[in-house]
Write a protein of this length. Sequence first.
Length: 253
Amino acid sequence: MSSRVLITAGASGVGRAMAEAFDASGARVWIADVDEVALAGCPDHWQRSRADVADEAAVSALFREVEAEWGGLDVLCANAGIAGPTAPIEDVRLDDWRTCLAVNLEGAFLCSKHAAPVLKRQGCGVVLITSSTAGQYGYPNRAPYAAAKWGVIGLGKTLAMELGPFGVRCNVICPGAVEGPRMEGVLEREAAAKGMTRDQVYQGYASGTSMGRFVEGRDIANMAVFLASDAARLVSGQVIAVDGHTVNPDPKL
């Protein structure tokens, strides 16, 4: 039987790249997203649900639906996230802080919480959480995002300890700067805040890696497929960066 893979924020960006990669590997794909337009634009053979990962009732309903339809779950990709505000800490509004943590950290917690009983009953499975290199090094003017992404690393390592005795693995993937609309928004906000051009900020991010470039969604997706496979059967509790090798997390722009 092919693997059953659930991907949150799976209708666009890194999540969609993951869905495409798992689909290409022969897995059955189920995507959850809040963007109904993006969901409608995905391939017809992917199963899909509209779900807000920050809403426990919606997450609980999603996992009941998945289990009823599939009878279980092999891989959870807890991928949903938002960029959050770009501002010095003293200018961050509490509501913006809470919203960023609700999606990035609490969303991963809620999905893991409701996946765990399913995976433990099976005695097997994989949880993959999308963090960020901001969760390894921090990043100025991105305090809510960095705090949330540090938090999911602790969550992932703890899940590996809790679920390992039940045959379930958990790993955390840390993308670097990923080409795409979300990062474009970050670049534009940082450029405006620093009185710079978008290209100058882009180059600052790229020059902070030894490979001098951004990563693409497919790079993250390929790592997810590997970590979910039997080739990684004893890889658990790890935090793996896919970032072109960050050498300076705070390049002086």
